[in-house]
Design a protein around this ligand. Sequence first.
Ligand code: ADP
Length: 322
Amino acid sequence: MAGGAACHYLSIMSEIVIEVEHLYKSYADTMAVQDLSFRVTAQQCHAFLGPNGAGKTTAMKVLYGKAKPDDHPETRINVLGYDPRLQELKIKTLSGVVPQEDNLDLELNVQQNLQIFSKFYNLSRAHAQRQIDYLLEFMELTEKRKSQVRELSGGMKRRLIIARSLLNNPSLLIMDEPTTGLDPQVRQLIWDKLRELMRGGVTILLSTHYMEEAYQIADVLTIMDKGRKIMEGAPRELLESQVEGHVLEVTDLEYSDQFESAMDGSPFRKEQSSQRAIYYAADGSALEQAAGHIPRESFIMRKSNLEDLFLRATGRHLNEGQ
Ligand code: ADP
């Protein structure tokens, strides 16, 4: 019996909730998404990470039927067993969407926003009310139940949109930059709630340009740039396999030559911007030793992070041209 339970567990764990192959989407002259393929496994959080314009929103919109992909013979899209090109409504019934913009009804209060939305799902009045009470509690908005939406802070609006996306008990949540512009406390709260939802069986696809967000909650990361996938994997594994563990940033470029000669042949990789030189090395002690030869205030030493991975993957700084 125990083996059977384990098998069942394994089959749930490996169930594919989203499968996309060779997705293309163009707008006039812009190729917003180019040959994108990826899979999302049940109960995992899969994050699209990339700068503005990378194609994250467009890819998500295709999945829930808001954007039509290009006609391409190789394109295959399967979301919860349905093709959004043909069965958009089925997908809408089974999933929840948190769009990038705050598209709440400003004329209504918090509770009314949820009530109106519950009508789209044909929930009975009593069922809707129970669900609304539960979701207001879950997103810590119960005290704001009667507040007008326009009086809410940015973080409260986001939490209300997340509550709204959960009205139909979705098994898949598609979230476009759910925490952009929020302060760290609200962001942490939302991450906790997302983790709780995943423990309860929900699968999450989200987009973000916060490295920290991807690192904190994503099981799998797809790094996108200019419409293409450029890397994919578990955040920690990607980091370990693609980027040296130790980083020293020389913030006063006057000292970069001195630092390099103090490295004395020890291997390093260098990224340079107009403001600083960034040195990557597997051996942190070599960086530390060489740093002893330049003034303390001319460098910062740290562990590598996803931003370094992104730099390596795209060969450019995140904020270039944004
Ligand atoms: P991201 O979500 O990563 O910021 P988007 O998917 O919003 O990226 O955009 C990808 C590219 O497609 C950008 O160059 C953007 O200007 C373009 N784009 C997105 N939506 C439209 C649209 N409705 N009409 C024309 N171009 C669009």
